[in-house]
Design a protein around this ligand. Structure first.
Ligand code: SF4
Ligand code: SF4
Length: 145
């Protein structure tokens, strides 16, 4: 099996609901326009008010992306004993941990397993399902300003 096809037979994953990907450590939740629209609808705010209340602009070297803000303890602003916007959570959250950046080779995947205890647990997620999630995340670019 070539290194780039290490997930040819699928990968074992079952979320352990540890919440590590939503809390405790600094990180970014970048938004697409579809994510932003869904969250604006979910919160009942205007887009301008939503951006003001829940978002921050992150400099990515030459341009900026819109990210959800974090609380002082680094929990996502929408973490309240679970994701309080679960039905409208951004594509970045919906597709985790099957991000292209962690599927380049097995080393990247194994590295992610150190922070995501669901990796290696539960049933097999098929190659087709993995690629569906990669495609879902790549369907629309993250918003830049
Ligand atoms: S870090 Fe992994 S196991 Fe924990 S909540 Fe996130 S996806 Fe689930
Ligand atoms: S939006 Fe929800 S799923 Fe995404 S990081 Fe925040 S709390 Fe977690």
């Amino acid at each position: 099996m070539s290194e780039e096809n290490f997930y040819e037979n699928g990968l074992r994953f079952e979320c352990q609901k540890c919440s590590a990907c939503c809390r405790h450590d600094p990180g970014y939740v970048f938004l697409t326009q579809t994510d932003l629209d869904a969250l604006v609808t979910e919160t009942g705010l205007s887009e301008a008010d939503f951006l003001e209340k829940y978002c921050t602009m992150i400099d990515i070297g030459g341009f900026k992306r819109i990210s959800l803000i974090e609380k002082k303890n680094y929990d996502c602003i929408f973490w309240k004993d679970g994701c309080s916007v679960y039905q409208s959570r951004p594509v970045q959250c919906r597709t985790f941990p099957f991000w292209i950046s962690s599927l380049e080779d097995k080393t990247d995947w194994d590295e992610l397993a150190l922070s995501c205890p669901g990796i290696g647990k539960g049933g097999i997620v098929s190659k087709e399902e993995i690629e569906k999630r990669i495609a879902e995340r790549q369907k629309e670019p993250m918003l830049t300003v």
